[in-house]
Design a protein around this ligand. Structure first.
Ligand code: ADP
Ligand code: MG
Length: 290
């Protein structure tokens, strides 16, 4: 049978918008020493807006957007949504895509007008032996923006810079964790400059950037090997293995089904401060039961 204190506490937590899927993990939450947050959609709103389109070769800005939006219509990534939205706003009709494939943690590949097209991360671009020393690209990276690149038949033709917003609640969440003696880290596939900017804004204890999806759970494992009890908070398909690896996996309610199914605890309200509420509840619940 479920001990009374636990069942009472479960209904209290449900009222607060905290759903417990795994009681053992909920119990471990009382001893958490490190909380690792996913960046996009967890510490930030995950709503990207295209702020700059940089033409690097033969295409104009509108053409760059038409190619990029065509490919991104095949992806559900928040970056993709921002790019598709921008094309709509400008009344641009994306090109037709004959073939496409999402490259998790890297971008999208497709065929448009008989040409092989990629919209990809800085890391993937370098992997392909392409990079841009363009001053405008450097500048948007310096500004802490997310930058993706358009590659057409093996040539780098453009860059799109996007900005996301830090959730207003995130700073308080980090402060409260610190008051409890819990460290806060961030894990992201995005570029190191954005990560550094967010980490500084929020006063995080550390971050891992340009982490590929399969490496996210490895990072959690590294922290566990150092002896820490680790909670991971995320929302994306890419976060699922890390949520499973963590001692306590916490999904943000607006997250993908895969993240929610992989989590021990679900924060219904998308508010990172609810991580603290959850830890307090776990402490209160399991203290009474000794
Ligand atoms: P996050 O950790 O922020 O959830 P992901 O692992 O999903 O990031 O993606 C890492 C990086 O890969 C992004 O910052 C971006 O550069 C690139 N990327 C991922 N999906 C897309 C996409 N649909 N279009 C363009 N770039 C993408
Ligand atoms: Mg995310």
């Amino acid at each position: 049978a479920v001990p009374l204190v636990v069942s009472v506490s479960t209904s209290i937590s449900a009222k607060k918008g905290i759903l417990i899927r795994n009681r053992e993990a909920f119990e471990r939450a009382k001893d958490v020493q490190v909380v690792v947050f996913d960046k996009t959609g967890t510490l930030t709103e995950g709503k990207f807006e295209v702020t700059d389109i940089i033409a690097l070769d033969q295409l104009g800005e509108e053409e760059i957007l038409k190619y990029a939006a065509a490919l991104e219509a095949q992806s559900s990534h928040p970056i993709a949504q921002g790019i598709v939205e921008k094309a709509k706003e400008l009344g641009l009709e994306p090109y037709g895509v004959s073939e496409s494939k999402v490259l998790p943690g890297k971008g999208v590949r497709g065929v448009i007008n008989g040409k092989e097209v990629f919209v990809v991360s800085p890391g993937f671009l370098k992997e392909k032996g392409l990079w841009s020393e363009d001053e405008r690209v450097k500048e948007v990276l310096e500004q802490g923006k997310t930058v993706v690149f358009l590659v057409l038949d093996g040539e780098l033709v453009g860059a799109l810079a996007l900005a996301d917003r830090i959730r207003p609640e995130s700073r308080e969440a980090i402060e409260k964790l610190h008051e409890m003696g819990i460290k806060a880290y961030m894990l992201t596939g995005d570029n190191a400059k954005v990560a550094k900017w967010v980490a500084e804004e929020l006063g995080l204890d550390g971050f891992f950037a340009e982490v590929l999806p399969h490496q996210k759970s490895e990072k959690i494992g590294e922290l566990q090997k150092q002896g820490f009890v680790v909670a991971m908070v995320g929302d994306g398909i890419n976060d699922a293995p890390a949520l499973i690896q963590a001692d306590v996996g916490i999904a943000i309610g607006a997250g993908t089904d895969v993240a929610i199914e992989s989590a021990d605890i679900i924060l219904v309200k998308n508010d990172p401060r609810d991580v603290i509420t959850g830890v307090h509840l776990a402490k209160a619940t399991y203290k009474k039961m000794v």
